[in-house]
Each structure stands twice: as C-alpha cells, then as structure tokens.
Design a binder for this molecule. Sequence first.
Ligand code: 1HN
Length: 348
Amino acid sequence: MPDANAPNQAAREAFYTAIEPERMSALWSVMGEIITPAPKSPCVPYLWHYELVRKRLMEAGDLITAKEAERRVLVLENPGLRGQSKVTTSLYAGVQLVMPGEVAPAHRHTQSALRFVLEAQGGHTTVAGERTEMAVGDFVITPNWEWHDHGNEADEPIFWLDGLDIPLVQFFDASFAEGFGEDEQPVGRPLGDSLARYGANMLPMGYEKKTPTSPIFNYPYERSREALEQMRRSEEWDPCHGLKMRYINPVDGGWAMPTIGACLQLLPQGISTGKYRCTDASVFVPVEGSGRTIIDGESFSWGPRDIFVIPSWREVVHEADDDAILFSFSDRPVQEKLGLWRERRGNG
Ligand code: 1HN
C-alpha cells in the first residue's frame, strides 16, 4: 500500500485523476485489494431453515403455476451477494416446487444443473430422452445443453434443491438457452437405463467418452447411503469429514459434473470435527440427523433439509448430535482443473 503521507501525495492524486478519463489506473493503489494474501470473499456464511423455505414455496404455489413460472423456484441468495442470484461467488442455489399434476416445461441451456431431492412421493425429471423417478436424497444431474422437463403425477408436492453453475457461465459470457416448444420431450429410453448401463461398475463395450459429464443422471440415495453404512464398520473416520464420498463419473473416475463437485458424508453421533478450511465455498444440506456447524466461531444449528453455505477459506467445525448425513456441492472440480484448490487442516 503506497504511503498516503508521501511528500508528493497531492501530485499523485492529481495524476490518478488525470489518467482516469483515459481509462487507466495505477496498479500500486489497488494491488493489495486484488491480490490478497488469502481469500477474502464477499460471500458470507448463512443458513436457510427448510420450514420457512417450504412455507414460502407453498405460498408461491398459490400465486403462480410451474408452467407460467417456467420453473417455480425460490432463489437462495447469499446475503453478501445481494441482487446477484448467487449462493456463493461461483454457484447458484434455489429450491423448486412442482405441485401434483404440474409440468415444468422442456428447455435447455448451457448452465449445468444438479437436483438434490428434499421431499417426494413421486415426481420425475426427463433428461435427454430418459425419465427418472425422484426419491428423497437422490442426486440428479442435468448436463449442459440437454433438454429437460419435470413433472409430478403424485398426490403430494415435490421439493428439491437446485444447484447450477450460473455465475460461472455468466463470468465466461457463455449463456445460451432455448425452449423445446412442447411441455414434455419424448421419452425414448426405459426407466433405469443409464444406471444399468453405467452404474454397475461396467461400461458397454466400445463406449466412448463424448462429454465431460457423467452418463449416470440419477445417483439413488438408497445406494449411496448403503455405501456409507457399510464403510462405517471399518471405523476409519477422517477427523475433519467423518466419512465423505464424492459422486463420480464412472467413465473416468473424475467428478460427476465438470463444474460442480457433489459429495455425501456421514458424521457419526457425537463427532466434533477437526478445524478445516478449503478454497471451495460449499452448499450443505443435512439429510438425516441434527447438529451444528461452527464457521469462524459462529454456530449454525441444522436439521434435515436445512441449507447452509460455507464461504471459501473459513474455519469450519461440524458437530453431530446423532448420526448425520450431509449432502454438499461446490466448484471444486473447476478449482482443481485450474490448479487453485487448497485445503488446510488444524490451525493456521
Ligand atoms: C432451470 O432450468 C431449472 O430446469 C431450475 O429445473 C433452476 C435456474 C436458473 C436457470 C435455469 C430446472 C434454474 C434453471
């Protein structure tokens, strides 16, 4: 930071004023703000209680149909990023409601989406000609530029969390979108086709990787939960994460989506995790259990379906009152590809 009491300070100020209309500025007066010694984000920690989000969504259900809204979603906007429709600097989150009998019409866009199902008695999404039924805890992917529509033929409303890479696509000025022209796209494959083809630790002979996104588009909760239950028997807990698994693309073992990394973790009853920080801001959704997460000393108590955000490089401790299962997502795949991702355990 240059000395504000320098003998020629007035001349310096005059110089800055002179070059401003010439669209130049002095790096030395802004360098400390743009190259920080550690991440310094306007994104802040926050928690949305599911009960409140659900109540507001039901009110929205009386005000507008899914078809009229195109997507009936309440955006979860980070209080530090107001007016930007962002939950973190790089990601978007919202909660979507589809009422019985409704359809959210088919469209496609260059933003990739994930769904994490919060409440469902039925309901489906169709992606690229294949339909999948949605059950609580399922992790469902809509790859970029694939047609997708949602429907609910059950008697109860369906709610899910949407996570999209909207701010990343915006950053690159690479947004394209179009409607299909009909409410629903034709279904050309049987239910469960992708999971059978790609989710059984086998690949069809001659399979060639053509896209960066996993060919599995519904990772059923039942299976992921069972994996964690089986693993816990070995009692090899990570001090900072309990038991944490990442959803993978079975074609290459990488993340299931190129821009968003998703994980499911088990925190055993009574755990208080070791201090941890990392450069990827994350959105967390507890599925089972209750506890609290302490972010830079501030405690956020959570139960099933609450949604909270941890910004980059904040010190985090999780405490579970009973066995807890947490889903989370972040931009970690992007940071890893760019060689930016870092973590730190313990103090520091
Ligand atoms: C979208 O297409 C969905 O398909 C949800 O359900 C949320 C937010 C912004 C832009 C597109 C969906 C969205 C979205």
